[in-house]
Write a protein that binds this ligand. Structure first.
Ligand code: HEM
Length: 439
């Protein structure tokens, strides 16, 4: 089988603040009459319920939101493709043509991981997707430099694989910082245009290129750009029927931050689903191209090669075929917003709760194989990593399912070489740290 090229706020919303209508007022006042879904947003969008420890969530803020609102199975498991096709237009107002490639690629990832078909018994072209978490399979569909998630190898030297699946407020803030967005009420900056999103996108690449375990960052611009189209489509300024108010879409930052951090629809901030006439595949690809071609104000340092290219192939289907080698998925309870969206108290309290939760998650993942002395030495002396890499030699070539034409045997060999290189670097770090520890 050949794996050819593939695919591609919390605002300081004080309870009872007069800045925004309450959730129920907004729902009562706003109706949608044009696309066949209920006029009543409370009916159309269901009610938010945080996931429990046995529920499945993944790296996609769109799908997690649908599950938190019960528009697909709340446990995030055994999801029928036909239900997803209905739930996205219902929840976000996104037309079905914009999710076809993503849905297909999810089926392929499902089959890679299960090693067997994910199609339904009826064999009618529909499929049952095992759960949302398998979407976190590193570098299959998931990719580095996400807007709101860490990278798989980001904390490798500090204790193995990183949580590349769940929302991380610190990562999200690195993007918001680029446009000076803070969670004050009202926010200092209301919306980001194409150029500002290109700035954010490049900043994320630069930061992650520096943070990832050296040599392991993988650039994947096409899916990031298509997801940027999703962000613009989900958050452009709109009238009560979901049509764009502006002539060129801009991403409303308080909606973006609320949606990602709460994994819920920002109705209490005046949001309604987009019109499916606007938010379709053409919209997403147009935004992708406009963001990519927007001249940036300045280039961040340590950008990976190719980051500023202005053309990339469009998203494409992953080929169906034999199972690919799979890497271990991050295992932990799913992310649940620290407060339920209807009961947000203050931005500061919320940030504290989020930080506590993220710290807990990273503590849980520390494997015994990396001693704490190494982790603390690495934190205190980043030069240790550089010294270890000099001793270990150059990293072997990286695999990249988005950009390579590669057969399964070669791919397995590349992963094995990559893992033994990491083991070698970790061993060098350990030995350097223990030598320094004795001094
Ligand atoms: C069946 C359809 C879909 C599938 C299978 C899917 C899957 C995924 C996956 C695997 C990622 C992780 C990429 C990464 O590593 O950052 C992702 C990210 C994302 N998805 Fe979806 N997605 C789908 C549809 C949508 C839709 C319709 C929206 C918008 C309403 C959406 C919004 C996003 C956004 C904004 C991100 C980027 C998150 C970030 O960078 O932090 N997705 N999706």
């Amino acid at each position: 089988m050949h794996l050819t090229f593939a695919l591609f706020a919390i605002t300081a919303l004080l309870k009872g603040s007069s800045a925004y209508p309450s959730n129920s007022d907004w729902v009562t006042e706003h109706v949608k009459r044009y696309d066949g879904f209920s006029d009543n947003l409370a009916v159309r969008l269901g009610s938010y319920q945080a996931p429990g420890p046995n529920d499945s969530r993944g790296p996609c803020p769109g799908l997690n939101t649908l599950a938190n609102h019960g528009l697909i199975n709340r446990d995030g498991k055994n999801l029928n493709s036909t239900e997803i096709k209905l739930a996205f237009p219902r929840g976000f107002g996104i037309a079905e043509d914009a999710i076809e490639v993503a849905l297909h690629n999810w089926e392929v990832v499902c089959e890679y991981i299960k090693g067997t078909t994910c199609g339904t018994a009826a064999n009618d072209g529909t499929f049952i997707l095992t759960n949302l978490t398998i979407l976190g399979e590193p570098h299959a569909f998931e990719h580095d430099h996400s807007y709101s998630r860490q990278d798989y190898r980001q904390n490798w030297a500090h204790g193995g694989i990183t949580d590349n699946i769940y929302f991380n407020s610190s990562e999200m803030q690195t993007g918001l910082d680029v446009v000076g967005y803070t969670t004050s009420n009202p926010p200092k900056v209301a919306a980001a245009n194409y150029q500002q999103f290109n700035d954010i996108r490049l900043q994320r690449e630069s930061i992650q290129n520096q943070r990832d375990f050296p040599g392991w960052f993988q650039q994947n611009v096409p899916p990031t750009l298509f997801e940027t189209g999703f962000i613009f489509g989900a958050t452009f300024d709109r009238d009560s029927s979901g049509k764009m108010k502006e002539s060129t879409p801009m991403a409303r930052l308080k909606w973006w931050n609320f949606w990602f951090s709460e994994e819920s629809f920002p109705t209490q901030l005046g949001w309604v689903p987009a019109s499916t006439e606007v938010f379709n595949s053409h919209f997403c690809t147009s935004v992708s191209s406009a963001v990519l071609n927007a001249a940036v104000t300045s280039l961040p340092k340590s950008l990976p090669a190719g980051a500023t290219a202005t053309t990339f192939p469009p998203p494409a289907n992953l080929p169906e075929g034999d199972p690919s080698p799979t890497l271990a998925l991050f295992q932990s309870a799913p992310y649940a917003a620290a407060t339920s969206p209807a009961a947000i108290k203050s931005a500061a309290a919320k940030r504290g709760l989020l930080a506590a939760r993220e710290n807990q998650a990273s503590t849980l993942t520390l494997p015994a194989s990396v001693s704490s002395i190494v982790a603390s030495e690495v934190t205190a002396k980043p030069s240790l990593i550089l010294a270890a890499i000099q001793l270990a030699g150059a990293a072997p070539p990286k695999f990249n399912l988005y950009q390579q034409s590669i057969d399964t045997v070669t791919l397995k060999a590349q992963i094995a070489a990559a893992q033994s290189y990491q083991d070698l670097v970790i061993a060098k770090i350990t030995s350097l740290a223990s030598v320094r520890g004795r001094v």
